[in-house]
Design a protein around this ligand. Structure first.
Ligand code: FAD
Ligand code: SF4
Ligand code: SF4
Length: 651
């Protein structure tokens, strides 16, 4: 029989005011399994812990119960104290007589009786506790970052600068993400490329970063500390090792198609480097538009290339990387035109989205920074900005706020006025959300100094009036005055809802992580674990989780990197052994547990057809235990027998 010691804490008056500690000690000391009982004002204090350690040695205890606060507070403190006295830490139990007793009762007699029952039930549990040891798992000291926008780059740099290797996978041919398309950034109006380029260059040259652009994750196996990742390197039809990035190939290429980087407002060639500061500065051939791929003739780029880098036969390659942690930084896209037909987006050339306006503002954009109408190149004198296009709109399936549109619309309006002094700007808005350091001041500056007319209300329709120089007629309502509004505009800029990047759902499936109702990656806990997914070792950052601006994205990226480094910096992963196990004798191999496990910690052994627990993935949530129809699924030190004994004791 175990010799159990019970240590009753007063927690100042938190417990002692409602629970009669003397009575508890008196009753518990008579329990046949209890060899020692003592009470103390603060058990978690150093003298309190010393009292436990001394008693373990002197009274030869082989089980310890501390009756105190919730295990979330001090379970680890007491486990460590018990272990330092030479006892297995899993021969310790925490009886919660504060949150579950003294704090929720007023009547001292009832509370005292309940405290006694709680302790007695824990004695029953402890009697059947096994001595367990922590699970040690080796860690591959390398990280994978998926997505090379500002969030992925920041996370990669933080990890690489801490001395760990990083593989950065980006699906386009260069890094930088959406930020590389921006002109200036709110609220300080720094030039986006001036603050981004040093980062892209640092990533491109960092000795600890292996940059794989034009690549995608094909499959992921394994678990925290030991992921095996298959990566597909798409074929650029250019040998990047030979290419010097001189650009002669693009110069001579006869094919012109709308550039994705310029949001289709400027041309690119069939062989192209997406923008001048691209990292890596290497071209790819767009085989769908290349004349040679379509007709078998041309090969002009091959003739121009001084290094013989063009390789029309280049095949895609698959490579494998072993990594210990993964960070998902796949960013966002803007809602596509099909979803907002009533605003004429995609139908009228001068109805554009926010990123298109960024390209018009950009000195390296299709108009060299001059704001011109896409239809005829004239300077627009009346511009209407419409916020919340799709966002905060359950009808379009996006009830959420896209968070950065209020700010970038104010920025757009301000920059437009800086460029076109006699221009008139109207902004339709629902609310102005400007929470952030210096943000409200920025919006006020736009409204007051630049005389931008903010109209509270929604736009119902935008259509073209062919009689009036092709002006765009904007119909809306000013909800503050209740008046209908009609504006004849030269250009309309829509602040489209931010949506998850294409392909993120498929990627999430490969990574075995979940997405929310809108397709953004779900965090493990919105408040307490916002940087982690539910799969151990996989973290998330930036707009992959939901729309957010650059400062928030960068902060989150550094946070996710710090979480990843806490894993990489350990010699081995030490995991809590209080997880699920399988009684192989009675498992029927039905597989129910495999289906219910949200953490993918269950598998059926292909040969024995018996369920197995991946100890690295199991978090001990207990879903498989309640689902198992054969009682073969068990929770270590929380078996059905223990639970029944505890209940019997209480009732
Ligand atoms: P992204 O920039 O979207 O980067 C994600 C990267 O991941 C991309 O390179 C993408 O190709 C890659 N990727 C996606 N899927 C995969 C995959 N499966 N595999 C590999 N790679 C993948 N914020 C400010 O703070 N100030 C501003 O002035 C400002 N202006 C803005 C103006 C407009 C019009 C818009 C729309 C946004 C603006 N923002 C601004 C917000 C800013 O763009 C975002 O905060 C920032 O880009 C988020 O960075 P990210 O890395 O999370 O995502
Ligand atoms: Fe590279 Fe050759 Fe094109 Fe120059 S011409 S950018 S070396 S592929
Ligand atoms: Fe075995 Fe139970 Fe899982 Fe079925 S549910 S496979 S019986 S452990």
């Amino acid at each position: 029989m175990k010799r159990i010691g019970v240590f009753v804490c007063h927690c100042g008056l938190n417990i002692a005011e409602t629970v009669d500690i003397k009575k508890v000690v008196e009753v518990i000391s008579k329990h046949p399994s209890v060899a020692h009982v003592v009470d103390y004002t603060y058990m978690c204090s150093d003298p309190g812990q010393d009292m436990i350690k001394k008693a373990i040695v002197e009274k030869k205890l082989d089980g310890v119960i501390v009756a105190a606060c919730s295990p979330t507070l001090h379970e680890i403190t007491f486990r460590n104290a018990v272990a330092s006295a030479g006892l297995n830490p899993y021969q310790f139990e925490n009886a919660n007589i504060r949150e579950q007793c003294s704090w929720v009762h007023k009547d001292k007699k009832t509370a005292t009786e309940k405290a006694i029952e709680i302790i007695k039930s824990m004695i029953e549990k402890l009697k059947l506790n096994q001595s367990l040891t922590a699970i040690n798992i080796p860690i591959t000291k390398k990280a994978l970052v998926i997505g090379g926008g500002i969030s992925g780059m920041q996370a990669a740099l933080d990890i690489a600068n801490s001395g760990y290797e990083v593989v950065l996978v980006e699906k386009t041919s260069s890094i930088g993400g959406r930020m590389s398309q921006l002109s200036e950034t709110f609220p300080t109006l720094d030039c986006a490329s001036c603050i981004l380029t040093p980062k892209t260059v640092e990533v491109g040259h960092h000795p600890n970063i292996k940059l794989l652009t034009y690549s995608e994750v094909e499959g992921v196996e394994g678990y925290i500390g030991n992921f095996k990742v298959k990566i597909r390197r798409k074929s650029a039809f250019v040998d990047w090792d030979k290419c010097t990035g001189c650009g002669l190939c693009s110069e001579k290429c006869p094919t012109k198609v709308p550039s994705e980087f310029e949001r289709y407002m400027g041309p690119r060639k069939a062989i192209y480097i997406p923008f001048p500061q691209a990292v890596p500065k290497k071209p790819i051939i767009d085989s769908e538009n290349c004349i040679y791929f379509k007709t078998g003739k041309c090969r002009l780029c091959e003739k121009q290339c001084p290094t013989g880098a063009i390789d029309y036969d280049q095949k895609e390659k698959f490579i494998e990387e072993n990594v210990g942690v993964i960070i998902v930084a796949t960013g966002y896209d803007l809602l596509s035109k099909e979803n907002v037909g009533e605003y004429g987006y995609g139908k009228y050339k001068d109805v554009i989205d926010g990123l298109q306006f960024e390209r018009l503002l950009s000195a390296s954009g299709p108009t060299s920074g001059e704001i011109k109408r896409p239809s005829d190149g004239k300077i627009p004198k009346e511009v209407v900005f419409v916020q919340c296009v799709g966002s905060r709109d359950p009808e379009h399936g996006m009830p959420y706020c896209s968070k950065f549109c209020c700010m970038y619309t104010a920025k757009h309006a301000l920059l437009y006025k800086h460029a076109v002094h006699d221009g008139q700007v109207y902004v339709f808005y629902i609310d102005i959300r400007s929470g952030g350091k210096g943000y409200e001041e920025f919006v006020q500056r736009a409204i007051e100094n630049e005389k931008i007319l903010y109209l509270r209300g929604k736009v119902s329709r935008i259509f073209q009036d062919d009689r009036d120089d092709g002006k765009l007629i904007v119909w809306g309502v000013d909800t503050l005055t209740g008046k209908k509004i009609e504006i004849a505009a030269d250009m309309v800029v829509l602040a489209m809802a931010a949506v998850p990047n294409v392909g993120v759902k498929e990627l999430a499936k490969k990574l075995k992580i979940s997405t929310d109702a809108h397709g953004f990656i779900t965090e493990a806990h919105p408040k307490l674990r916002p940087l982690e997914t539910l799969t151990a070792g996989i973290y998330l950052t930036g707009c992959a989780q939901g729309p957010k601006d650059i400062p928030e994205t960068v902060a989150q990226a550094s946070g996710a990197a710090a979480r990843a480094i806490t894993i990489l910096s350990k010699p081995e992963l030490e995991l809590d052994p209080l997880i699920a196990a399988v009684d192989e004798e009675i498992c029927t191999g039905c597989g129910v547990c495999v289906e219910v496990c949200a953490y993918k910690a269950r598998e059926l052994n292909e040969i024995t057809k018996i369920a197995e627990v991946n100890e690295a993935l199991c978090v001990g949530c207990g879903a498989c235990i309640s689902a198992c129809p054969s009682n073969a699924s068990i929770h270590k030190n929380f078996t059905k027998k223990q639970i029944l004994r505890m209940i019997e004791e209480v009732i």
